[in-house]
Design a binder for this molecule. Structure first.
Ligand SMILES: Nc1ncnc2c1ncn2[C@@H]1O[C@H](COP(=O)(O)OP(=O)(O)O)[C@@H](O)[C@H]1O
Ligand SMILES: [Mg+2]
Ligand SMILES: [Zn+2]
Length: 539
């Protein structure tokens, strides 16, 4: 018994069963109905999106015994012979292996004769961009004055390489890549018809790996069926594709949250040992950072309860700006992966970069100031590596980070006796969304453990972290606090606006210093130089 691979067995035989490519189907259907046929078509698109399939359906539509129509019968002599690949008037030629002018001349010579049994001789020239220049020229003559009974279908994955003279004589259709959703649907239909049990999540992995090609999706499905001995389960497919399990990804996030570089690098090692794809891991990490950021700003955008619960600890732990940076770092890391001496090196370099760019990360990496400006004491490389949560659960404790430099040295900051203490107190909060909320709040009033804060309405999305802030403040002050957040424009300074103002002031001082610098002024006078203020940075 010969086993027909799924991609061949499931080649669509009619326009209706083709997945996607509606724009092409519509145009061809219309032309066939109206009998307004072009003599040369060009199908472009990546591999496995339906170019050959469309050519065969078009050949049937032109040669079906029941007449030219967009719905060939599929059972007559020409139809079934075309489907079986043995119709004498339908010729598929692969230009990659028949690229010479002689090959083309032989084909064109045959084309001159009337069809043997069909209405039209249909020539499908695949990968037509591979033809030699002379072969193109030979073909051009026939394209200029084609015999009535000849139709050309040219196909290519690389239309840029086709001479304009040829392009201008063809009706061109660009076939689209298959959307993952379409692939999943198609694969489930195939599996149902084949009576193969499957888990839908497995198909999503396959669709992703197929990267827009239906043929690749079906070949991968063949492999998955063989791999899973007749069933298609998510676990098998993941193992087959080398897709990175979530545990690894969350272990990286935990390492980052716990400021434990050893744990992060251990993941890279474990992945290498199991030959998992670093590229896929970075892609998945980018997705995770995106989802976490989304959760911070638009929690309702994440519909899945379980996902929300899973990501929440990270949304609370990482600052919004840092997440943006993480996202960029992994995206760039992915681009650089191919340039790295080894993929594993490229990957751990990206992990190191994530680590180094954490708020406070550089100081730690420098080592010199360890123990002062360092959040999460004991994070010097010599320290015990912290354990990553088993099964990828977030195991870091949110209270871990200790105060930044300034606040740490001022014991008064743990009191909240006068409004001024608010700024220092906020500086002592561990980073996270509660702190972000506090930074945007002005202390409106303060009495016996009752804090009234004012938050500008533009930051109202932070309001939901009020309870967390209450708990954090309670911890810092060593007593229970009652917190009330009022939505109103602050009348004075918030910690955030003060930091901003200080930054601006430093910037202005820097600009003033540059502008009054005698050397700079001399340069301006002598060479007509101008100062680009945006490039001035305070030191
Ligand atoms: N649009 C599509 N809808 C359904 N199956 C498709 C489609 N495109 C490709 N396939 C599947 O992939 C196989 C190869 O498609 P083919 O038309 O030869 O691709 P190419 O664009 O490389 O010529 C087909 O036999 C079919 O199983
Ligand atoms: Mg093809
Ligand atoms: Zn027919």
């Amino acid at each position: 018994m010969s086993y027909l691979v799924l991609a061949r067995k499931w080649r669509p035989k009619s326009f209706e069963t083709l997945v996607g490519q509606e724009h092409v189907v519509r145009a061809l259907t219309h032309a066939l109905t109206e009998g307004r046929l072009h003599h040369a078509y060009l199908f472009t698109g990546t591999r496995g999106v339906g170019k050959t399939t469309l050519a065969r359906i078009l050949a049937k539509a032109l040669n079906c015994e029941r007449g030219v129509s967009p719905a060939p019968c599929g059972v007559c002599g020409p139809c079934s012979e075309i489907d079986a690949g043995r119709f004498i008037d339908y010729v598929e030629m692969d230009a990659a292996s028949n690229r010479s002018v002689e090959d083309m001349a032989a084909l064109l010579e045959k084309a001159a004769y009337a069809p043997n049994s069909g209405r039209y001789k249909v020539y499908m020239i695949d990968e037509v961009h591979q033809l030699s220049g002379h072969a193109f020229n030979a073909m051009l003559k026939t394209l200029e004055e084609p015999p009535e009974h000849v139709k050309f279908i040219l196909a290519t994955t690389d239309p840029q390489k086709i001479p304009v003279t040829v392009l201008s004589r063809c009706l061109q259709f660009n076939l689209k890549q298959m959307a993952p959703g379409h692939i999943v649907e198609h694969l489930s239909r195939v599996l149902e018809a084949e009576g193969v049990p499957f888990e839908p999540a497995a198909l999503r992995h396959l669709a992703k790996a197929a990267a827009g090609s239906m043929r690749d999706a079906l070949s991968l499905l063949d492999q998955a069926i063989a791999h899973g001995a007749g069933r298609v389960s998510e676990e098998d497919v993941r193992a087959m594709l080398g897709t990175v399990g979530e545990d690894h990804l969350f272990a990286i996030l935990d390492g980052l949250a716990n400021q434990d570089i050893h744990a992060m690098l251990a993941v890279a090692q474990a992945m290498e040992a199991r030959s998992l794809s670093f590229d896929a891991a970075l892609q998945e990490l980018a997705t995770l950072f995106h989802r976490i950021a989304l959760l911070q700003f638009a929690p309702q955008a994440i519909l899945d309860e379980a996902e929300r619960a899973r990501l929440l600890p990270y949304a609370e732990r990482f600052e919004a700006e840092f997440l943006q940076l993480c996202y960029q770092i992994v995206i760039h890391g992915r681009e650089e992966l191919s340039l790295a001496p080894e993929e594993a090196a490229g990957f751990s370099m990206t992990l190191l970069r994530l680590f180094a760019f954490q708020p406070g990360g550089e100081k730690r990496a420098g080592g010199a100031q360890a123990g002062t400006g360092v959040r999460g004491a004991g994070m010097t490389p010599a320290a015990e590596p912290r354990k990553v949560g088993a099964g990828g659960t977030a195991s870091f404790s949110p209270a871990e980070p200790s105060p930044p430099l300034a606040a740490a040295s001022s014991p008064a900051a743990t009191n909240l006796d006068k409004p001024e203490d608010w700024h220092a107190l906020v500086g002592r909060l561990p980073s996270g969304l509660a702190r972000q909320l506090a930074q945007h709040c002005e202390l409106a009033s303060l009495a016996e453990g009752r804090l009234k804060l004012r938050l500008a309405p533009v930051h109202r999305h932070l309001q939901s972290h009020q309870e967390k802030l209450r708990a954090e403040l309670g911890k810092l002050l060593g007593r229970t606090v009652v917190l009330e957040v009022e939505l109103a424009e602050p009348e004075g300074e918030t910690p955030k606006s003060r930091v901003e103002a200080e930054r601006r002031e430093r910037q202005e001082r820097a600009i003033a210093a540059i502008e009054s610098d005698p050397l700079v002024n001399e340069l301006c006078d002598l060479f007509g130089a101008t100062i680009d203020e945006s490039t001035i940075k305070p030191i």
